[in-house]
Design a protein around this ligand. Structure first.
Ligand SMILES: Cc1ncc(COP(=O)(O)O)c(C=O)c1O
Length: 364
């Protein structure tokens, strides 16, 4: 089997939902900079966040991210910590403050955001996919006209649904894009805030990318702890305290790789092609079930099932032995899931399909 092998290291085909596969050429650059960042003689993890070499890394990461997204100047790009789960409470703590906000419930992560928001104000669930086991995205919304913002999750990592269009909402939009950030062209200008944990499409865990309209950030409460206020991080360019310097370096290299791939348009086309190759095969036989409504299927997380849990267990065991790692569905949903983030290759999707075909031949 062809592996994304870096010189001496054997690498599995990694379907993990996150942290997830990164481009080998990025990992090789990271390795090379561990001992010395460029020719500085100081490794990337040993380098002061106030030093000129690190400032160059941070500025390049911001510049390339802005270029890839074609992001207007009124947005700030922040590299924060605490994961997307920290944004679940930072957002309502800043902007809700006793007011109401609309939330779209599309599964576990959206529900966790809702739970946190309830601590700060009146959560109005404008639509929920719960009655359909989150296998279809809500199409109709019942907005509260008191909502100071609308929060949605653009890709539902566990259930394998993805908004193909930004929902129209009467209130400023906030998006948890953790599992499909920069997987294709985005429309940042339709949002006031987009956030994502880096560990799927952008780099290692431990950095959260936040894209925020600077004017909206100013609406945030002023009597909040300094670290919680977005204006703090905007003013200090993500350097109010020590950021995740290593994580930002890896993201900087991933952004450069994305540019070499042809940018978000080209990346989006490749992701659609990868997902189609797998969905087409799953749809071709009654042996497999892809439960998500066709129009809502995620290009990032392909969820599928077999007739029995025993057969699913058998498949997972066999794939693990064959070097196809991480196909087991999320513990809360069961079934099977292939995560096909940006760095996952079409060639490896073909290898999975070949494996599944053979499994079907023996068990169908
Ligand atoms: C859509 C989505 N939102 C939020 C999270 C939580 O992210 P974190 O672990 O960075 O807090 C995840 C994690 O998988 C996710 O998939």
């Amino acid at each position: 089997m062809n592996r994304q092998a870096s010189s001496a290291t054997k690498r599995l085909i990694n379907f993990s939902a996150g942290p997830a596969v990164l481009p080998v050429e990025v990992l090789e650059e990271v390795r090379d900079n561990l001992l010395s960042l460029g020719d500085t003689g100081i490794g990337i993890m040993e380098c002061s966040h106030r030093s000129k070499p690190f400032e160059d890394v941070l500025n390049a990461a911001e510049r390339d991210c802005r270029e890839l997204l074609n992001l207007p100047d009124n947005y700030a790009i922040l590299f924060l910590q605490g994961g997307a789960s920290t944004q679940f409470f930072h957002i309502p703590m800043n902007f809700m403050t006793g007011e109401a906000a609309n939330y779209i419930d599309t599964g576990v992560w959206a529900s966790k955001a809702i739970k946190e928001a309830k601590l700060f104000g009146d959560v109005h669930v404008a639509a929920s996919g719960e009655a359909e086991n989150y296998a279809r995205l809500p199409k109709e919304f019942n907005w509260s006209d008191r909502g100071v913002y609308t929060h949605y999750t653009s890709n539902n990592t566990i259930y394998g649904t993805e908004f193909k269009r930004v929902p129209e909402s009467p209130a400023p939009l906030i998006c948890d894009a953790s599992s499909n950030i920069m997987s294709g062209p985005m429309e940042p200008a339709k949002h006031v805030l987009i956030y994502a944990g880096a560990q799927k499409n952008l780099g290692p865990s431990g950095v959260t990318l936040v894209i925020i309209d600077k004017e909206f950030a100013e609406r945030g409460g002023k009597n909040l702890p300094t670290m919680v206020q977005y204006r703090t991080h905007i003013k200090d360019n993500s350097l109010y305290n020590t950021p995740n310097t290593f994580g930002i370096f890896v993201m900087n290299r991933v952004f450069a790789w994305m540019k070499r791939q042809g940018g978000l348009e080209a990346i989006g086309k490749r992701n659609a092609e990868k997902a189609k190759a797998l969905y087409d095969y799953l749809d071709s036989s009654a042996f497999w079930k892809a439960p998500v409504a066709q129009e809502d299927r995620s290009n990032m997380n392909v969820v599928f099932r077999l007739a029995t849990e025993d057969l699913e267990k058998k498949l997972v065991n066999e794939t693990e032995k064959a070097g196809l790692s991480g196909l087991k569905g999320h513990r809360s949903a069961g079934g099977l899931r292939a995560s096909l983030y940006n760095a996952f290759t079409l060639e490896h999707v073909h290898e999975l399909v070949a494996f599944l075909k053979e499994f079907e031949r023996r068990n169908g």
